[in-house]
Structures are given as structure tokens and as C-alpha cells.
Design a protein around this ligand. Structure first.
Ligand code: SF4
Length: 321
């Protein structure tokens, strides 16, 4: 990938999927009736301070439907809409490895059928163990599907992680990435680039840490303020301010500049329903923000990896030339 040419100045997920599968591939969300150890008392009761009752996704079908049925309905709808033939079964909401291992095996196997080329499992860093990865590896071999594991981090700043009540630190994330990589599965890290307690130094360290760990993909979000959360109360009490759109765009561009050009960008901005939030994406549609960041990168003539010169012994490089 050359970040300086082409339609975008970063390694877009759609390009990666086309390279990998030879055609457009679409995600089918699968919603399981599960929770999260940061909500049920295992490691915390209140959850992350920004997390709403509906979890991360609002586009899902009801979790009372079987995995098979959710995939069938979503494949029919998305297949027709985009003329798609290959799909990724995406277990997104809450913590999709937080269940007895036999249940995990059953639900993941149920997704590995016909036109599913990949299974993507979203989870927390402290819910990844060798035993669960072994299950995924068996499914990969038995059904000939690719596996990717999406791991929530939000920020590498362990003091901010404490403030947002994540219930884990950077160490668990590092451990999880290294374990997933041993199996050759793609890893995807989830970050919120504009947490109020993080500054630009943290944004740069996010990029450097993911690059050093060799994470394969990244999903970047702008913070939403979801109604009825602890963060919503703090926002209403003016305990912090949301920066401007320009501040967010600047953070995203800085992040991309320091990020390895090998890392695939799944998204630069998320989506949230207005009725669930007090603040979401500066009341602007996600694609307008994305287009504006793309245009700004073009204007600045910058690209992903432009400042990624810090790995592999920067200071001894002069002795090797
Ligand atoms: S880990 Fe995810 S599901 Fe659990 S409380 Fe935090 S954001 Fe919500």
C-alpha cells in the first residue's frame, strides 16, 4: 500500500478486503444474549463510563433469534442491497468471548456456514485466553473461514483507562494481542481518540503502541455521550468539554501520520443514533466528517505512516547506511 496515492491517503478496510477476498465483502452483525464482566460484577458493576445499555451496536437483530436466523435475514437484506455474495459474521455487541467455552464453540460454529468467509469476534482484552483461541482455530480449520478478533482498548493511557472504568490496563491488551497473533488471526484495536483526559501525546502514543505491537487493523471513534451513562452526568455537570470537530480531525490525522502504513483502517468515525445520545459526531453525518478528514489530508499532503520512523532502532540507523 502506498499511502500517498489512490483514493484515500490511508490503508482503507474496503481495499484490504478486496485484496484479501478478491471482491467486496460485507459484515453481518450477530447479536448474542450476553453481557460483559465489567457490568455483571466479575471485574466491575458499572461498566465503562460511556457504555449504554444497548452496548456498542444498535443495528442488530434481536438476540432472541438464533445465530443462523440472524445471518440468514441479514445476508438476504445486505446481499440484495449491495449485490454481495461473501460475508463476515460479526459478533459485535458486548463481550463475545464471555461465556462458557462450550457455548462459545456452539455459537461460533453456527455462524461458520456457506457464504461466510470470516468470523469477527469483538471482546475485551481480559476475556481472551488460549483455550478460547484454540476453539477459534479449530473452527477456522474445520470450516475454512478466516478469523479476526476485535479488542477494545480505547486508549493506551492507563490513567485514562482507570478514569473511564475499563477494568483493565494496557498490560491485558498487550497480552491479548500477542496471544491472538500467535494463531495468525487478524487483530483489530478499538480506540476513542478524543477522550477528555487524553491529549495529543496520548494520540501519538496510541499510534506508536499499535504499530509496535503489529496490530492488523484499527477502528477509531469520536466519543459519543450516551444518555443515562455516568459520562452523560459528567457532561451535563460540565465536568469536561467536548473539543471541536477541528480538534478531532487534527487528532485523527496525527494518529494516522504516526501509524504504521501496514495497519488497516476500518473506520475513522463511528455511528450512533441521535435519540440515544446527548452528543454524537458534532451533529454531523459520519460520512461528511470522513470526507472532510480525507480532504484535509489531501490539502496538507500528508498520509498514513509519514511519521512512522520510530521502530527498529531509530538511533542506530545511521551506523547501518
Ligand atoms: S467493556 Fe464494552 S460492553 Fe463492557 S462495559 Fe465497557 S464498553 Fe460496555
Amino acid at each position: 500500500m502506498d499511502g500517498k496515492t489512490g483514493k484515500t491517503r490511508y490503508f482503507a478496510y474496503s481495499d484490504y478486503l478486496k485484496q484479501k477476498y478478491g471482491e467486496r465483502v460485507y459484515k453481518l452483525p450477530v447479536n448474542l444474549p450476553i453481557t460483559c464482566p465489567n457490568r455483571d460484577g466479575e471485574c466491575g458493576k458499572d461498566g465503562c463510563i460511556f457504555c449504554g445499555d444497548v452496548g456498542a451496536a444498535f443495528e442488530n437483530l434481536p438476540s432472541s433469534l438464533s445465530v443462523k436466523e440472524q445471518i440468514r435475514r441479514n445476508a438476504e437484506y445486505i446481499g440484495k442491497k449491495y449485490k454481495a455474495k461473501k460475508f463476515i459474521a460479526y459478533f459485535q455487541n458486548f463481550t463475545n468471548t464471555y461465556m462458557p467455552i462450550e457455548d462459545f464453540k456452539r455459537v461460533i460454529s453456527e455462524a461458520a456456514k456457506e457464504n461466510i468467509v470470516e468470523i469477527a469476534v469483538s471482546t475485551r482484552p481480559d476475556c481472551i485466553s488460549d483455550e478460547y483461541l484454540e476453539v477459534l482455530n479449530d473452527i477456522k480449520n474445520e470450516y475454512n473461514v478466516e478469523i479476526s478478533v476485535e479488542i477494545g482498548l480505547q486508549t493506551v493511557n492507563y490513567k485514562t483507562l482507570e478514569k473511564i472504568n475499563r477494568g483493565h490496563t494496557l498490560a491485558e491488551f498487550t497480552d491479548a494481542v500477542l496471544r491472538v497473533k500467535k494463531y495468525g488471526f487478524d487483530t483489530c484495536a478499538h480506540l476513542i481518540l478524543n477522550l477528555p483526559w487524553d491529549d495529543k501525546t496520548d494520540v501519538i502514543e496510541n499510534a506508536k503502541m499499535l504499530s509496535a505491537l503489529g496490530v492488523k487493523q484499527v477502528k477509531v471513534h469520536c466519543l459519543y455521550i450516551v444518555k443515562n451513562t455516568k459520562m452523560a452526568k459528567m457532561y451535563q455537570n460540565a465536568e469536561f468539554e467536548m473539543g471541536s470537530y477541528f480538534d478531532y480531525a487534527d487528532k485523527v490525522i496525527t494518529f494516522l501520520e504516526y501509524l504504521s502504513p501496514e495497519i488497516v483502517i476500518q473506520r475513522l468515525i463511528g455511528r450512533a443514533k441521535e435519540e440515544h445520545t446527548l452528543f454524537a459526531n458534532y451533529s454531523t453525518s459520519w460520512w461528511k466528517i470522513k470526507d472532510s478528514i480525507d480532504a484535509q489530508m489531501e490539502y496538507l499532503d500528508t498520509y498514513q505512516g509519514r511519521k512512522c520512523d520510530y521502530l527498529n532502532g531509530k538511533c542506530v540507523r545511521k551506523f547501518l547506511t
